[in-house]
Design a protein around this ligand. Structure first.
Ligand SMILES: [Zn+2]
Length: 254
């Protein structure tokens, strides 16, 4: 299901309030234009009607693509420190919908699904670029660690985190861009570069040997090296299932 509601949006730059179409969830097969918008980087991105700045709306969304087998819970970037709780919520929602309360023929689909949790629409876009190009996102995350370790010039330029931006059709090279930390405490300068496909292939081949060292990231829905950031106390934002606007996490009870 993808229900679109015209919703008041407050521009963070000028506090102008304008109305924009906001999706509560995205079903990629019934609403392929929403999938296209995510991949194009235009999903939930609007121009303020007064100051014309770009406003990226972030909210909780359940993204599903039954044809390709993708089940991705999207949370606002500020929820990233709560990745454990959010990941468990996405996983249990998936199990309720496709295993426990699903008709027998639907339950047979479950093993082929990739279940993930992401924080922010740009991270959803990155995850879909990987999935659509048959890139193993675990290998991509390990590759990010290698790139930052092997390229001191990136760290010298202030780059602290990377994001996949695309795949070159001709040779399979992977385009990376710098990205801010989830809480935007460290703003990364814009850096973009290509990584040859054989560099990724080498990481992919080495993946089995890394399974123990990265057991939680490899087994759970939050596949992102940012999970290794040092953190203070995880902010308490309440039980996600408690509020009405979060009923997307109760698909079998709706
Ligand atoms: Zn504005």
């Amino acid at each position: 299901m993808s229900t679109i509601l015209n919703t008041p949006i407050t521009c963070p730059a000028c506090e102008n309030v304008f109305v924009a179409p906001i999706a509560d969830s995205v079903g990629a097969n019934r609403a392929p234009h929403l999938l296209d918008a995510v991949l194009a980087g235009t999903f939930h991105r609007f121009s303020c009607t007064r100051c014309h700045r770009a406003v990226q709306v972030e909210k909780e969304i359940l993204f599903t693509d039954f044809a390709r087998g993708h089940w991705i819970g999207v949370f606002p970037p500020e929820d990233e420190p709560r990745f454990q709780e959010c990941g468990e919520l996405v996983t249990s929602t998936f199990h309720e919908a496709l295993v426990e309360k699903a008709p027998a023929f639907v339950a047979t689909w479950a093993p082929r699904f990739t279940v993930r949790v992401v924080f922010g629409v740009p991270e959803l876009r990155e995850k879909l670029i990987c999935l659509h190009n048959e890139l193993d996102d675990r290998a991509i995350e390990i590759l990010k660690l290698d790139l930052l370790a092997d390229r001191p010039e990136l760290v010298e330029r202030g780059v602290v985190a990377l994001r996949v931006d695309g795949v070159i059709a001709e040779d399979g090279a992977i385009a990376f861009v710098s990205r801010p930390f989830p809480d935007a405490s460290i703003a990364a300068p814009p850096v973009a570069f290509l990584v040859p496909r054989d560099v990724y292939d080498a990481v992919l081949a080495a993946l089995p040997a890394l399974a123990d060292a990265h057991a939680e990231m490899f087994a759970g829905p939050y596949v992102n090296v940012l999970r290794y950031l040092p953190r203070g106390a995880v902010p308490d934002r309440g039980s996600p299932r408690a509020s009405v606007e979060r009923r997307i996490w109760q698909p079998s009870r709706a």
